[in-house]
Design a protein around this ligand. Sequence first.
Ligand code: SAM
Length: 270
Amino acid sequence: MFLKRKEETAIERFLNHIFCLDNLELLGQLPDSSIDLIYCDILYNTGKCFNDFDDNLGTIDQSLGFYRPRLKEMARVLKPTGSIYIHCDYRLSHYLKVELDNVFGINNFRNEIIWCYAGGGIPKNDFPRKHDVILRYSKTDNYFYQPIYHPYSKGTLQRGRTKVKGKYAEQGLRKEGTPVNDWWDDIKPICSPTDKERIGYDTQKPKALLERIIKASSNVGDVVADFFIGSGTSLVIAKELGRNYVGCDINPRSIDVANQRLKGVNCNDL
Ligand SMILES: C[S@@+](CC[C@H](N)C(=O)[O-])C[C@H]1O[C@@H](n2cnc3c(N)ncnc32)[C@H](O)[C@@H]1O
């Protein structure tokens, strides 16, 4: 357990557990202002029936009818210092942006993160659609954010240094590296059947993506929630990074797969 403060008792019984539930049901049981970071890789409404789940919410109105009460509940359970990341694609991103503006307030929009990737089919008549959209909001102005940096390449470091009295001094380079901005093209999706990370759950996301999000928007001991866990990638990384987690999925196979992965994380490695 990574409990941080004594007064956070109401959330305690949910911490470091995952539940086989409709997320609206779990959300309804969680106390107000109890979660530091919410990441949800939602149903994109592709219309596809995957092996593990049916990604079909119907029309845009029906989709928004599904998401509206869930987003309101997510806003209720988020702490004033918290952040929420909603991972989707072009099918719903613009509609969800409007919905999130209404629920969280337009001034609490923080980023539209574009996650670019290669691979998959190439259409004949269109530019290939090769990115997902991750909408990031806070609940107030007083949100936690830890900038993430790309380390400098060897070449940049060499060019940015001069030799003074036999030692190299850095010239005009920030010591941390280059700040990661809102388009991410350095994280590969899990496409290949031979990918080492592959668990075999449809639409599994790469660990590096979740590591970036969790490091940017939470601290050790914070509570990370995912209400569409799938194979549990977000919670595995939360545990690896010493955060508390809570999550759910409506599919019993997701709970089995995620529990197996979580069991394999050794917190003593921290
Ligand atoms: C896009 S997948 C998540 C994949 C995950 N990010 C991963 O890395 O494996 C979405 C998940 O949401 C679940 N889901 C769909 N409707 C749900 C609901 N009402 N409540 C809880 N989970 C739901 C599906 O079963 C599916 O596992």
